[in-house]
Design a protein around this ligand. Structure first.
Ligand code: FAD
Ligand code: NAI
Length: 472
């Protein structure tokens, strides 16, 4: 006999497992289905984020940052090192252990919340009276409501499939067993910059080929310019406005034919090539045709502003729907959907979703960029403060970058905050809180910030909006 649930969540990434936990907290009998397998074939919930995304990439960014500090910056502190080396297999094993801790933590959370977990692929069978039948392995479950949170996968270049040996997706990029002498990346987006940084710090010669003529087009221009300067100084070769041609693999490596922004033919030969040109929603295998679930031309599930699909009682969240492909966006949607199912007013504020790029310097922002404000003809004031003038940054030995505030010229409401520099990922949280409470730049400027701290740069940038910085 098929098991019945109030809510069945398909996908156990940050969108799915968080939706399941919130649904269970609200009293729904909940199931969560996820197909990800660990190396032994067992369940590995947490999705892209935990297995081949946020968590392992940050583990490698941390390891490689330690190496870079030891190789190039310890000497400034009077610390000498002999025979510095990097054991890549050990670094990867540590990363795998961090991933496993997260997988195990999610399995524990599902159990703690009395969520029935099914390991396998979930697919629609048919609509039935008051719900849907979902097949997983040999079982058929019935759910009154269904949340689809099946995430996304790396987009391949047409004609160049991932072999994960020489042509790598984000998955293979996190499993390179030895530092490549030469590494190529196609796409100077978030993955390109983060993974390019990891392998450059460990000694690879890294070239990034980007199709667009601008660097990090979605980032505030002033911030992107500062970041570009820093990355170039570190030795990352970034070619903009390129057109990638034929890619050939062979014993000697990967050969990439490309034309530069001037239209001149070029050739790049590398040991490994990472292709990071965006991601595609995962809907194959869901058997959407059986129930008539509507997809758009990109294969994403069509949802309204509240994550409702075209089918009653079927919701979709995270990377498989429109909007930024970010773990915290997926989580927020998961919580909001569970609350809506319970008749509550779940809410996701798309204007205050922060972005972070975990390079060094880190890049983080929330709200509108200066170019967006100009494009919509907004009247605004800008204030910036450089980390060079911040005592804590000097003590850390990391003074690259700045904090930038953009505020409404009349009301002073904060419209955007943009940071490039040390710990931008943590500093941005204050800006998110401020914007969520619709604070003015003066509100931040009047708040006491601990000294010496990097957060003083945030306060000073807020003061800079009214041209009254105290330390610059
Ligand atoms: P996913 O995490 O993709 O999870 C979907 C799950 O559903 C997977 O386990 C999949 O196997 C499973 N599934 C799919 N179809 C089925 C099916 N039919 N039946 C059963 N299970 C199924 N975001 C950030 O916010 N911060 C970061 O630092 C960050 N770093 C990243 C680094 C990399 C290298 C990559 C690739 C991504 C990164 N992201 C980051 C993006 C983030 O990983 C995604 O936005 C997030 O994982 C989306 O969550 P999700 O739950 O929608 O989907
Ligand atoms: P992306 O969208 O960030 O960047 C892709 C880049 O590739 C763009 O700059 C694009 O112009 C370029 N491009 C596309 N086609 C090209 C072509 N044919 N030739 C040359 N360049 C081309 O996508 P990416 O880096 O693959 O990451 C996918 C998503 O994963 C991100 O958008 C983000 O949502 C998420 N992510 C988030 C992270 C974070 O929050 N720190 C870290 C890594 C990924």
């Amino acid at each position: 006999m098929s098991q019945s649930f109030d809510v069945i969540v398909i996908g156990g990434g940050p969108g799915g497992y968080i939706a399941a936990i919130r649904a269970a907290q609200l009293g729904f009998k909940t199931a969560c289905i996820d197909e990800w397998k660990n190396a032994a074939g067992g369940p590995a919930p947490g999705g892209t984020c935990t297995n081949v995304g946020c968590i392992p990439s940050k583990a490698l960014l941390q390891s490689s940052e330690h190496y870079e500090q030891a190789a190039h910056h310890f000497a400034d502190h009077g610390i000498g090192l002999k025979d510095l080396s990097i054991d890549v297999p050990k670094m990867l094993a540590r990363k795998d252990q961090v991933v496993k801790q997260n997988n195990d933590g999610i399995l524990y959370l599902l159990k703690k919340n009395k969520i029935s977990f099914f390991h396998g692929r979930g697919s629609f069978v048919r609509a039935v009276e008051g719900g849907y039948e979902i097949a997983v392995g040999a079982e058929t479950l019935t759910g009154r409501q269904v949340v689809v949170a099946t995430g996304s996968s790396a987009r391949a270049l047409p004609g160049t499939p991932f072999d994960e040996q020489q042509i790598l997706s984000n998955d293979g990029a996190l499993r390179v067993g030895a530092v490549p002498k030469k590494l190529g990346l196609i796409g100077a987006g978030v993955i390109g910059l983060e993974m390019g940084s990891v392998w450059r710090r460990l000694g690879a010669e890294v070239t990034v080929l980007e199709g667009l003529p601008t660097f990090l087009g979605a980032v505030d221009e002033q911030i992107a310019k500062e970041a570009h300067k820093a990355f170039t100084k570190q030795g990352l070769k970034i070619e903009l406005g390129v057109k990638v041609g034929e890619i050939k693999t062979g014993k000697k490596g990967v050969n990439i034919a490309w034309t530069n922004a001037k239209g001149e033919a070029q050739e790049l030969v590398v040991d490994k090539l990472i292709i990071s040109i965006g991601r595609v929603p995962n809907t194959t295998g869901l058997n959407v045709e059986a129930v008539g679930l509507k997809l758009d031309e990109r294969g994403a599930i069509v949802v309204d502003a509240e994550c409702r699909t075209n089918l009653p009682g079927v919701w979709a969240v995270g990377d498989v729907v429109r909007g930024p492909m970010l773990a915290h966006k997926a989580e927020e949607e998961g919580v909001a959907v569970a609350e809506r199912m319970a008749g509550q007013h779940g809410h996701v504020n798309f204007n205050t979703i922060p972005w972070v790029i975990y390079t060094s310097p880190e890049i983080a922002w929330v709200g509108e960029t200066e170019q967006q404000l100009k494009a919509r003809g907004a009247q605004y004031k800008a204030g910036t403060f450089p980390f060079l003038a911040n005592g804590r940054a000097r003590a850390l030995g990391d003074t690259t970058g700045m904090v930038k505030f953009l505020a409404d010229a009349v009301t002073d409401e904060i419209l955007g905050v943009h940071i490039v520099g040390p710990m931008a990922s943590e500093l941005i949280a204050e800006a998110v809180v401020a914007m969520e409470f619709r604070a003015s730049s003066e509100d931040i400027a009047r708040i006491c910030h601990a000294h010496p701290s990097l957060s003083e740069a945030t306060k000073e940038a807020a003061l800079a909006v009214d041209k009254r910085t105290l330390n610059f």
